[in-house]
Ligand binder design. Structure first.
Ligand code: ZN
Length: 386
């Protein structure tokens, strides 16, 4: 298996509909793995052959590659963008990282875990901005994952307006007006005022044979999302192998306990903690396929769930082959965070277990990018706001 960085350069604006409303469409700010996979499958039919082709089966069906969400990235698309955990908070007046001239970002996982351990609410002062004393509120989106030099990545929006056509006369229909909010194919740098192309990036595991097949599909541009016949959603993809970022679970545990000890008097020094963050929405079910918000892989007695901070999310989709909506799935939103205590006595086994889970992912529809996780996010162990 190879671990690869995959980036998309937007050659035209992108529209991935948030909802199925026809009159005022709004794009989500990234390219979901399911849409990427659909775009690549469509390209395969165009240049290589039908669904019975052995290469199609190899890449999409038999042992399918899990295509990642591609998230807004830096000016060159070199960064592997990450989802901010929903435990991140920032000032409601001037939200953002200090290094970017804003009031700073804090993380509430340790303080919330401590209030669970202490069985009493945390000091309200923690939720006040250290700069201006305003309340702090959740800080969501995408960033570079680097606590020493944090940067938030946001795509710009554009508005496309168009009129409706009367079916009988073939002319403009009165009172019918559509407005689409789309992801722009360029972005203006706030400081230098220069324009950059908009890149989206992500990472995936793929075997050598599948990578060769994928490379035959990205030699030239392809189209993703809605309104492709109007020229929207043209992207240029590139893939390159990168080293897999290992999580330092021991180091994280020590740092996290230091944070936790600031808020509790109980002795937690011999405990082992680790956290899981959803890097994409996850569709989690119990063994009867009923939706749940817990991770089944951690249901054994060697794990105790200390805390979960999760948001629900309805997963909608469009089945291009049938030209029909896919059934909605109830899922858990990206950025959701789980904190566990390891009660077993084999730390090496824990590390292997977490690494395997990071590679495999959790829940259903993983080949469409759902259920990606990351272990021990560094934002949870920052000592002060960044
Ligand atoms: Zn403030």
């Amino acid at each position: 298996m190879k671990y690869c960085h995959i980036k998309a350069k937007l050659l035209s604006p992108l529209l991935i509909q948030r909802q199925r409303q026809p009159s005022a469409r709004e794009s989500i700010p990234y390219l979901p793995g399911s849409t990427l996979r659909g775009a690549l499958a469509a390209k395969f039919f165009l240049v290589r052959g039908g669904p019975d082709h052995k290469d199609f089966r190899s890449l999409f069906l038999d042992n399918p590659a899990c295509f990642p969400n591609l998230l807004p990235a830096d000016e060159k698309g070199e960064n592997c963008s990450q989802v901010l955990p929903i435990t991140g908070i920032s000032c409601k007046r001037d939200s953002g990282f200090k290094g970017e001239g804003k009031h700073g970002v804090k993380d509430i996982l340790a303080v919330n875990a401590a209030s669970r351990i202490n069985d009493k609410p945390a000091d309200e002062d923690f939720w006040k901005c250290p700069e201006c004393r305003e309340d702090m509120k959740p800080f969501s989106g995408f960033w570079n994952g680097d606590c020493r030099s944090p940067r938030k990545f946001e795509a710009s929006s554009l508005y496309h307006r168009h009129t409706g056509i009367d079916r009988d006369t073939g002319t403009i229909a009165p009172s019918i007006f559509f407005m689409d909010q789309v992801v722009a194919d360029f972005r203006k740098d706030d400081k230098s005022e220069e324009y950059h192309p908009q890149y989206l990036s992500g990472s995936m595991f793929i075997d050598e044979k599948q990578l060769e097949i994928l490379e035959t599909l990205i030699e030239d541009s392809l189209f993703a999302g809605a309104e492709r016949t109007r020229g929207l959603g043209e992207i240029e993809l590139s893939v390159k192998e990168i080293p897999y970022p290992e999580s330092d679970i021991d180091g994280w545990n020590e740092q996290f306990k230091k944070r936790l000890q600031l808020f509790t008097e109980k002795d937690i020094s011999s405990n082992t903690y680790f956290s899981i963050k959803l890097g994409s929405h996850a569709i989690l079910t119990d063994r009867f396929l009923r939706p749940v918000s817990d991770i089944e892989e951690f249901s054994s007695p060697e794990f105790a769930q200390i805390l979960k901070i999760v948001k629900p999310h309805t997963v909608r989709g469009w089945q291009s082959a049938w030209n029909m909506p896919k059934a909605d799935d109830t899922g858990v939103a990206m950025g959701s965070v789980f904190l566990f205590q390891y009660k077993g006595d084999d730390p090496e086994h824990l590390k292997t277990f977490l690494k395997t889970l990071g590679i495999k992912g959790i829940g259903l529809r993983r080949e469409e990018g759902f259920g990606r996780i990351s272990v021990c996010d560094n934002l949870h162990i920052i000592e002060e706001e960044i």
